[in-house]
Design a protein around this ligand. Structure first.
Ligand code: PMP
Length: 386
């Protein structure tokens, strides 16, 4: 896939102003603001107007298990999965959430046995998404409890394993590691989209989480969705959201429907016109370009190492492609023990491996920031030498 002339990276200019060296580059969070340029180009295609009298009721669809699910949003979720081929939607109940974060908690609530003698263990293979332990334990629930690293889990009894694929922070494709009969799996596929990883087959799990935050970059809309096989689990997740926030913003669901529609339309238009560029082609090209720049910078520096990925066939792009994860899992080589601290000394803010359950020699760096910040990061990284 070639970098198109519409990509902002083609025209990016480097600023050599002395102030630049002083600037703190914050790449700790995975705020996906790099897609803004695409959405600006889309103009009014995703603008919605909601008059004051509209969407006033708590209820959206009393025929759905998830009674606060906007039918238009559900329709566009199903359509997008069919266009991308990244998830089976047949025989699944859609549950909408205020981000996939709320759905993560709803899933823990729904899967926990209600009257067990002790909380069910929640685990994930390290390095795991840093929010899992804190989100699981911050309310000290009697239903579920963070049990740590999945590989070394040896307790008898039921458990919930979180499978993030491709994984945050390291970008690798993941499968469950515990594989015992009494386990429930929650598949967090926030990054299973063509710009980040080759789409190998439609995900066909019992409970899968997705979010607009990483797929289209609309983190501020706070919309996620779960595809749930079991009716009772879908019902309990819906109950959790009812008890928690009595539903999910209709305004956001309607806006999300419009954005997902624009993404699906862009994919279909690309097939029929040579000039059209789909959202995924656009975002793939940026990710590919950024990863190239990053690999050059890491080589120039000589102080860090990066994960290596095997190319795989992507059914969406119909070609063999390399993954380009949303985060860099960077390792400080040599005798630097605390990579986060070391980079902080160079005014680059990252998240320490410790927060993901592993070594402080590793850090996670966001690849989704603005072009300007990314270029400064690349320049600064290249200039750090042993
Ligand atoms: N899961 C993973 C693996 C994530 O990286 C994130 C965002 N950082 C989330 C869930 C939360 O996403 P949302 O904005 O939909 O709550």
């Amino acid at each position: 896939l070639a970098v198109s002339s519409s990509s902002p990276l083609v025209n990016s200019t480097r600023t050599d102003h002395p102030k630049v060296a002083e600037r703190v580059i914050n790449l700790d969070h995975g705020d996906p603001i790099m897609y803004e340029h695409f959405w600006r180009q889309m103009g009014d295609k995703t603008t919605i107007i909601i008059p004051g009298w509209q969407s006033m009721s708590y209820f959206s669809d009393l025929s759905s298990i998830c009674w606060f699910l906007e039918p238009e949003f559900a329709k566009e979720v199903v359509r997008l999965h069919n266009v991308v081929g990244n998830a089976v939607t047949e025989g699944r109940h859609v549950v909408v959430g205020t981000g996939s974060s709320q759905l993560f908690l709803a899933a823990l609530y729904a899967l926990s046995p209600p009257d067990a003698a002790e909380p069910i263990s929640v685990l994930s293979a390290a390095p795991y998404y840093s929010s899992y332990p804190v989100m699981t334990d911050y309310q000290k629930s009697g239903l579920y409890k963070w049990a740590g690293e999945a590989e070394s889990f040896d307790k008898e009894g039921p458990y919930i394993e979180l499978v993030t694929s491709p994984n945050n922070p390291d970008g690798y494709v993941r499968h469950s590691v515990v594989n015992r009969t009494r386990g429930f799996l929650v598949h967090d596929l926030a990054y299973y989209w063509p710009q980040y990883t080759p789409i190998s087959s439609p995900a066909n799990n019992d409970l899968t989480l997705f979010t607009v935050s990483k797929s289209t970059g609309h983190a501020g809309m706070r919309i996620g969705w779960a595809l749930v096989k079991d009716k009772e689990v879908a019902r309990k997740m819906t109950k959790f959201i009812e008890l928690n926030t009595i539903g999910v913003s209709k305004d956001s669901q309607l806006r999300a429907a419009k954005v997902l529609k624009a993404v699906s339309d862009s994919c279909e238009e690309e097939g029929s016109s040579q000039e059209a560029e789909s959202f995924f082609k656009y975002s793939y090209n940026i990710m590919e370009h950024r990863w190239k720049q990053l690999r050059v910078a890491v080589q120039r520096s000589g102080m860090f190492s990066l994960p290596t990925f095997s190319p795989a066939f992507c059914t969406f792009f119909s070609q063999v492609l390399e993954p380009h994860p949303a985060f860099v899992w960077l390792k400080c080589e040599g005798d630097i023990e605390d990579c986060e601290r070391f980079l902080r000394g160079h005014k680059i803010l990252t998240r320490s491996g410790v927060q993901f359950g592993v070594d402080p020699k590793y850090v996670r760096v966001s690849m989704l920031d603005t072009d300007e910040n990314f270029i400064h990061f690349i320049d600064r990284l290249s200039a750090i030498h042993p």
